[in-house]
Design a protein. Structure first.
Length: 699
């Protein structure tokens, strides 16, 4: 017989990774249903957490009912009675009993309840006790207890799982119970003792038991704390490993003395803002260091990121390296190309634009020149990450609007050089809360100051009855030679209906409202090439008005557009509204953002109010994040992060900070997690990030 080194370890692991079919009560059919919930193994089952709990800790007796007080009881229906009261209100009464007495549960105007209840049903009821001719529970909360549940005779704190309709809570609870009963003792602790002690964390197996069947609300809280910590610790561990991996690489130590600096400044036609100076200083320090730069530059639309990027690009080129600048769309790449060309017209920098529509014969030459170093700066779309693109000496990678690319593409471009410096730019202000999690592996620079001489955009919330006046106002702007965006939300899920709505609206505006103006249309079903064409036409003033159902490309520059109308503004999120507003106010003229909308919810009203009060992207982002929560704010998936099952980045921010500092400390002492005490963590991180191994660097 073979002797394995640590038999218990392997056994526990493989036991937990058995199929759920090994659990009692789970056959092929059930396992299919569980599969759809993402539960394949017993481990998955144990980590499928309740979304809520029911408090059954204090079930009282009907004999204890006191008029005016609240009571929770478990009782059986003896009779059901429904009638019409004198005021024509419908009344449903269920007379229920436990072994101590009888009480009537009374609901008003809910006739559908009639079908919910049957004589003989067992109910949990919670409500206020009143008295009419007899004792009553007035409109109590109720739950019909299913047969199986009565047999189990559960009191206590009952978990409620996020399920589909194919499996009931009771059935699911039973399976979880099986899993916990037979397998929870095989769950191994992943954290070193000191962390458990210092943070007063429950052992992992105990936490898993508790989360599924809590003894008390207090222990439940501790179980949650432990599992939240676990999740965030794993995430931060991956960040820490990645960051330390990058820092271990040897990058390029660029030289940038006063000569280069003076040279670059000569090309910039204005005085840099303090924020630009600060950020350029940060970038210069990174570039001088022999560790590769990995920096995120956040700055609202118009804050002047381009010139910062140009500074970095020129430092690289001055040192004899090539630079690559990647933007998410062709039109943005072209725009960047033109802007940068203008800045560099008196320099010797050799530039090349490379996009999907670059003519193939021309492209071949271009690729050759990039390969042999005749090109210093390549600007383009993700065409840049194609295999055919090879650099002679790539030293700097600049990526605009990173959230459109995701981490993987970022890495691909980077791999075209030998540890080049990376600068990522985003105009989406990201609240600090989020950026330290999402971009935990990046250093962050913020441009929080606008260049001088800008007229702040005036934003108005226009109610339905004032829309006509706004159209007159828009007429006025157009007659001054200005251009206008009119944006509609996606009305339907269906692209066809969406298109129809947009076409109809554009036609109506053209014929009924602005017959003398030229109205263009941009909609979600267009191919990206056609979209670019319409945008270009608009930019070149072939249209006065652009009607759009899609979010107009971030970063599109049409200085002559001074009005942004958002129809049904209440249907847009804050971040979207802010992005839309960023399309205007790019010239020297006063710009106006008109938000049409009659919001029905407080939250929607709040959003519109915030928009009229501030133009500060960071403030708006922070509010947005608070209003909507991180899941909505933007999907974590596209950032290459695993889905958070139990944590909430806002609510659990203090735990996140602790987990982060613990993870970074461990990695600072054991950068490749080679120590024996860190093996379980290592396994856990590898397992969690198994689809994204390129994101972490464990030796
Ligand atoms: P972003 O890319 O951050 O949206 P840009 O780099 O496109 O912003 O800059 C917006 C506008 O402001 C450009 O027209 C640019 O020339 C101008 N600009 C940038 N920095 C300054 C500055 N320090 N002083 C004056 N104008 C500036
Ligand atoms: Mg820009």
């Amino acid at each position: 017989m073979l002797i394995t080194k640590s038999p218990t370890k392997t056994t526990s692991q493989s036991l937990l990774h058995q199929s759920v079919q090994f659990l009692k009560g789970v056959g092929p059919k059930r396992s299919e249903i569980l599969e759809r919930l993402g539960i394949h193994t017993i481990h998955d089952m144990l980590h499928y957490f309740p979304r809520d709990y029911k408090d059954r800790t204090r079930i009282q007796k009907i004999s204890e009912a006191k008029i005016g007080a609240e009571i929770t009881i478990q009782a059986k229906i003896l009779a059901i009675n429904n009638r019409m009261a004198r005021n024509r209100k419908y009344i449903l009464e269920a007379f229920v009993t436990d072994e101590t007495g009888t009480i009537a549960a009374t609901w008003f105007n809910q006739p559908f309840l009639m079908n919910k209840f049957h004589v003989g049903d067992n109910l949990f009821l919670h409500g206020k006790v009143g008295a009419y001719k007899y004792l009553q529970l007035l409109s109590p909360e109720y739950e019909v207890i299913q047969d199986a549940e009565t047999n189990i005779k559960e009191g206590g704190i009952i978990p409620v799982y996020p399920l589909t309709e194919h499996i009931s809570q009771t059935q699911f609870r039973k399976i979880v119970k099986e899993a916990v009963h037979h397998f929870a003792n095989h769950i191994e602790e992943i954290l070193p003792k000191e962390l458990l002690v210092n943070n007063q964390l429950l052992p992992l197996d105990k936490a898993i038991r508790e989360i599924h069947s809590p003894e008390t609300f207090d222990t439940l809280k501790r179980a949650k704390l432990r599992l939240v910590y676990n999740e965030l610790f794993t995430l931060e561990m991956a960040m820490a490993l990645r960051r330390s991996g990058i820092k271990e690489e040897t990058g390029i130590a660029f030289k940038s003395g006063p000569n280069v600096d003076a040279h670059i400044r000569n090309l910039i036609p204005f005085t840099l803002t303090n924020a630009q100076e600060r950020v350029i200083h940060e970038i210069k320090e990174d570039m001088r260091s022999s560790k590769p730069m990995n920096r995120l530059l956040q700055g609202d639309v118009g804050s002047g990121k381009t010139v910062v990027a140009i500074y970095a690009i020129l430092v690289a080129i001055a040192n004899g390296y090539q630079a690559a600048f990647m933007a998410p769309t062709e039109i943005l790449s072209e725009q960047h190309f033109q802007t940068i060309q203008k800045y560099l017209q008196h320099s010797h920098v050799r530039m090349q634009l490379l996009t999907g529509s670059t003519n193939s014969k021309y492209k071949k030459d271009a690729l050759e020149q990039i390969r042999n170093g005749q090109i210093d700066l390549v600007i383009g779309t993700h065409a840049l990450i194609e295999e055919t693109v090879q650099f002679k000496k790539l030293g700097l990678v600049v990526i605009d609007e990173q959230h459109k690319f995701g981490v993987i593409q970022r890495l691909k471009l980077k791999e075209k050089g030998f540890s080049p410096d990376v600068l990522i730019m985003t105009a989406t202000p990201i609240p600090r809360t989020l950026s330290i999690t999402l971009f935990g592996d990046l250093d962050i620079s913020i441009l929080d100051e606008m260049p001088p001489g800008r007229t702040p955009i005036k934003t108005f919330w226009i109610s339905k009855d004032k829309e006509k006046d706004s159209y007159n106002f828009i007429h006025g702007e157009i007659s001054k030679g200005r251009q206008v965006f009119i944006v509609y939300p996606l009305v339907e899920e269906s692209a066809v209906l969406d298109l129809k709505a947009a076409v109809t609206e554009a036609r109506k505006l053209q014929h009924d409202v602005f017959p003398a103006s030229k109205v263009g249309l941009l909609h979600g079903q267009m191919k990206s090439g056609d979209k670019d064409k319409i945008m270009t036409d608009f930019k070149e003033r072939r249209y006065d008005i652009l009607v759009s159902t899609v979010i107009i490309e971030v970063g599109i520059d049409v200085p002559n557009a001074t009005v942004m109308v958002v129809e049904h503004a209440e249907r847009f999120g804050l971040a979207q509204l802010h992005q839309l507003r960023g399309r205007i106010g790019r010239g020297s003229e006063q710009s106006y953002c008109l938000l049409f909308g009659n919001p029905k919810t407080n939250e929607a009203r709040e959003r519109l109010k915030i928009m009229t009060k501030t133009c500060d992207g960071f403030k708006i982002a922070e509010m947005d994040f608070k209003l909507r929560g991180p899941g909505e704010f933007f999907g974590t998936r596209q950032h290459g992060l695993p889905e958070l099952k139990i944590s909430d980045l806002i609510r659990d921010f203090p735990i996140l900070k602790q987990a982060r500092s613990d993870a970074f400390e461990i990695v600072s002492k054991d950068p490749h997690l080679t120590q024996e005490t860190h093996q379980k963590i290592r396994q856990k991180v590898l397992e969690t990030f198994k689809d994204r191994l390129e994101l972490i660097s464990i030796g």
